[in-house]
Design a protein around this ligand. Structure first.
Ligand code: SAM
Length: 244
């Protein structure tokens, strides 16, 4: 178990040794400050069930940074994090990659207020929030097929998640879904949805976080064709009647 004191040190070492990311002092300070703000706000609203700073460093920050292993470069790319909650993985990626433009979308307004406060306190100028359901954003011109990379962690099962995310990815862009052990089953179940929405399964990467008994997976789906106009369907339908 990581201890309170080891949060920052563990993050620095694991990011460097496992992911090849050299976090600067400024970035480590931003992560440390984010932990303080997260724990402070967590007393007033339910943002995370993880309250040990060392565990936050691994299960939120390092987990988010595993996306770097499949990211096609970060400078200048636009990333949309769907169902970002308290900002994972999007906020952590925005700290690690100042050249990345991060849009963090959630249907819960109060979680976005936390992100806006944290981004201000950390002086992050590459973060903006969007308060919307993914299905609605996917039909708006400002967001539809507008992002190089669309990420999501712990938002929905993959057939539903594909309908949330693929309409928002640019042609030639990617969706990166963070999953646990169900990744293979969910990928198989999502085959029809991926095809119908203009995607193509590119890769499924297995990753191990320190101190974890089970692997994490990154499912990368390439956007190879424009999403047909009929998708995403009305809010709620992708969850109630997933494309199976
Ligand atoms: N991604 C974060 C993480 O891994 O810590 C938060 C995960 S939380 C379990 C799921 C989040 O997705 C919630 O904040 C919820 O409001 C959001 N969400 C669920 N369905 C959504 C939808 N259709 N559109 C936008 N946000 C959605």
């Amino acid at each position: 178990m990581e201890t309170e004191e080891s949060g920052g040190a563990a993050l620095e070492v694991h990011a460097r040794e496992r992911l090849g990311i050299a976090l600067t002092q400024r970035q480590l300070q931003q992560f440390s400050r984010l932990t303080d703000i997260l724990l402070e706000w967590n007393q007033r609203m339910n943002l995370t069930g993880i309250t040990d700073p060392g565990q936050i460093a691994v299960k939120h920050y390092l987990d988010a940074l595993t996306i770097s292993t499949v990211l096609p470069g970060a400078d200048g790319i636009s990333l949309l994090d769907v169902g970002t909650g308290a900002g994972f993985p999007g906020l952590a990626l925005a700290i690690a990659y100042p050249g990345l433009q991060a849009t963090l979308l959630d249907s819960t307004r109060k979680k976005l207020r936390f992100i806006e406060h944290a981004a201000g306190a950390l002086a992050l100028d590459n973060v903006r929030t969007v308060h919307a359901r993914a299905e609605d954003a996917g039909r708006e011109q400002a967001h539809r097929e507008a992002y190089d990379v669309v990420t999501a962690r712990a938002v929905a099962r993959l057939p539903t998640l594909m309908e949330y995310t693929l309409p928002l990815a640019k042609l030639g862009g990617q969706v990166i879904a963070m999953k646990g052990r169900s990744a293979f089953d969910e990928s198989n179940q999502a085959a029809r949805a991926i095809d119908a929405l203009g995607g193509e399964l590119f890769t499924l990467e297995e990753l191990w976080l320190p101190g974890h008994q089970h692997p994490r997976f990154l499912i990368v789906v390439d956007k190879v064709q424009a999403t047909p106009r009929r998708y995403p369907r009305a809010a709620g339908l992708p969850a109630r009647q997933p494309l199976l």
